[in-house]
Ligand binder design. Structure first.
Ligand code: SAH
Length: 218
């Protein structure tokens, strides 16, 4: 697979390494059976590794969303290598999911994502969780920094009404890809989460997203 051409620091464009992507997707399919024949959304798809992996494991359809047209172009090229992979690409900011444009009407069974960890833009990680809760009617699988575990658990339970479980602790090997990186590579501890979306999750998520867009009442 082709990587990001020029990774953008403000969008936290770090690709999921192949071994992490495959462990994550195999766990979702073999332990929970939530890829095969399901509709899957990959939020912040980047170069598309999770989307393509989900398609290879038998997803019925995959919708891959990213805010960066350059990333989508690379992802489209990568998906083209897997002829017949049922992947559609959507150019959207996930923060728009509470509005009337972008992905507002997207729905799927399962969300898989490796979103920004909120290191460059504070709150980006939670914004992705809200967007995922707004569109999924099943489960959300996501990677988050282990150091944010308590925060993520709190947002999931008290704001988004999702049952949350850390499935695995991973060591995410971050190679030097940005000019401000000083070391050749850094290990980041990352949790693989599974969130179970409840009836109330979508409404709660939409309310937060709409509030965030300044479209809320009052
Ligand atoms: N999921 C991919 C890429 C991870 S990097 C992988 O596993 O390899 C995070 C991705 O989120 C980048 O592609 C970035 O462009 C995208 N992104 C960042 N902010 C976004 C937003 N607000 N809406 C949609 N995509 C966003």
């Amino acid at each position: 697979m082709q990587p990001f051409e020029k990774p953008k620091a403000d969008l936290e464009q770090y690709p999921t390494a192949a071994h992490i992507a495959s462990r994550m997707l195999m766990a979702i399919e073999s332990d929970f059976g939530e890829l095969e024949d399901r509709s899957v959304c990959d939020l912040g798809c980047g170069a598309g590794v999770l989307s393509i992996g989900a398609a290879v494991l038998g997803a019925g359809s995959v919708i891959s969303v990213d805010v960066d047209p350059d990333a989508l172009r690379v992802a489209q090229g990568n998906a083209g290598e897997f002829e017949g992979a049922p992947i559609d690409f959507v150019l959207s900011d996930v923060a728009q999911f509470g509005g009337t444009q972008g992905g507002a009407r997207l729905r799927c069974d399962t969300v898989v994502m490796n979103p920004p960890f909120g290191t460059k833009r504070k709150g980006a990680d939670v914004e992705f969780l809200r967007a995922a809760a707004a569109i999924s009617c099943g489960a959300v699988y996501s990677l988050h920094k282990t150091s944010t575990r308590a925060h993520i658990a709190k947002v999931a339970a008290s704001e988004l009404q999702m049952e949350a479980q850390v499935l695995a602790e991973l060591r995410y090997d971050l190679p030097k890809t940005m000019s401000f990186h000083k070391k050749k590579s850094v290990d980041v501890e990352v949790d693989l989460w599974r969130f179970e979306v409840s009836d109330g999750s979508r409404a709660a998520a939409l309310a937060s997203l709409v509030g965030g867009l300044g479209l809320g009442a009052g």
